[in-house]
Design a protein around this ligand. Sequence first.
Ligand code: MLT
Length: 263
Amino acid sequence: MRTKINNYEMAYEDKGSGLPVLFIHGYPLNRSLWQPQVEGLSNSGRILAPDLRGHGDSQPTNGPYSMDLLAADCVALLDSLELRAPVIVCGLSMGGYIALALYRNYPERLSGLILAATRAGADSAEGKKNRDQTANLAKEKGVEAVVESMLPKMMSPKTYQQNSELVDRIRKIMEATSLEGVLGDLMGMKERPDSRSLLETIDIPTLVIHGADDQIISTEETRQMYAQIPGAVLETVPDAGHLLNLEQPEIFNQAIRRFIQPL
Ligand code: MLT
């Protein structure tokens, strides 16, 4: 489906009925990241999954794409669907940075928060330098070169050994990101604020979920974030890396069901 919001056309998935759950993908991905959730959870709620601007089938715009801008796009999607009551928001990695921006800027729109393979801190000085280097690589050699450098870190060692089909699928999803999308995300993530002080103010049910073998966000960092959120639930998915929802879809979906059913 498509909707015109904030001066561009956004593509999104909308399947199921009842409790709305908004799934926000990471960088440099798109809504097909959530295919096992759209299929597997749409009998438990209304699954919404946008392509962020410049990703998948959504039109690109010039960056930077601040996390606040991308959060505003998500709210515009909810508005366009006339969903004014609070929804559950699930963000993976950069999607988690956006979920935290949503909580900071529009707390009244959220009834639950799922933080998947993400972190609350800002980029370090070295991290910011890496963003610039990656942006230069994208400009000089294209999105494929960025994908080539990132792909070996996206999943768990076991997934690379046993599921080459999934690895190929992820490569294609990543390669479908526009150059504007890659650059917009990189510059937006580079400037994102430190959200660590927000964590102790979160007063809605929160699930922190991560892959035991995540090569991008460590278990230690995840535990620190979880420990600061009052009443949060922590789930660790075995044999899964950064893209845990695709690597172990059944375990991931069960954890989401357990979390959303009482809400
Ligand atoms: C993501 O998966 O969204 C990215 O790895 C996040 C990041 O680069 O900080």
